[in-house]
Design a protein around this ligand. Structure first.
Ligand code: PGA
Length: 237
């Protein structure tokens, strides 16, 4: 795994945006794997800026998001649809029909999303934030991890962490649909971002680099042939 340690969040965001911007310029119909959360916001801001300056074209770009809550509507301002629209999609010239989010079918199965990604040609580059407990998307530390996209029951720690975005903890959705570990690891390139000291425990796994564990799902990225970790100094501590 390639590791880039940046001074702070701004620098981390610029480094990540530079990688995404280069890849988009090299492949106009690129397939992006996108993430929500506070971590990639700065990267999206940099990409929006380049688009506004006329240097980056999203007209043929396609995207697949990692996850979405269950039980809240797309136009709820806490949904990941809303987040992506607010932070990226409404600010660049990406076509709405080229953006995708996972959902469940009538049998509560989400693996049709993996087929859709495969049929589109596979994700070229995937951005990932890390939960403080090492989760990626909604793949929480557990004895076993999902391979495919499917339904997830959120852990108490994630509900608590997400409650800062809701008026009260009991409004936080308790389940979600999320890409599985296999869905994520099939991306041709991974860019993992972490900022802040509360991410340091999870980042330690990646920097040590000698073990994977289902207790720290992001550690599976150590098995990926083309992964880059971009962290700020606090997360690297
Ligand atoms: P954050 O969340 O970017 O808001 O820290 C990351 C995550 O929980 O996946």
């Amino acid at each position: 795994m390639k590791i880039i340690i940046c001074k702070d969040y701004e620098e981390m965001s610029k480094e990540a945006a530079k990688i995404f911007s280069d890849r988009i310029k090299n492949k106009k119909d690129i397939i992006l794997g996108l993430a929500t959360g506070s971590t990639p916001i700065g990267m999206y801001e940099n990409l929006v800026k380049e688009n506004k300056e006329g240097k980056l074209d999203f007209s043929n770009v396609r995207s697949f998001n990692l996850d979405e809550y269950l039980g809240i509507s797309e136009d709820n301002d806490q949904s990941y649809h809303y987040f992506m629209n607010d932070n990226l999609f409404s600010k660049v010239n990406i076509k709405k029909e080229n953006t995708h989010f996972p959902c469940l079918d009538e049998n509560e199965d989400g693996s049709h999303y993996d087929k859709e990604i495969e049929e589109a040609g596979g994700i070229d580059i995937q951005v990932l934030g890390i939960g403080r407990n090492g989760h990626i998307a909604f793949n929480e530390p557990a004895e076993e991890l999902n391979v495919n996209t499917g339904k997830i029951n959120l852990t108490q720690s994630t509900i608590e962490a997400n409650s800062r975005f809701f008026e009260s903890e009991d409004q936080v959705p308790v389940s979600a649909v999320s890409m599985g570990m296999g869905s994520i690891m099939k991306a041709k390139e991974l860019v993992i971002l972490a900022s802040g000291k509360e991410k340091a425990d999870a980042v330690k796994y990646l920097i040590k680099g000698d073990k994977v564990s289902t207790d720290c799902p992001v550690s599976f990225a150590l098995l990926h042939p083309n992964a880059t970790l971009i962290v700020d100094e606090d997360a690297a501590k």
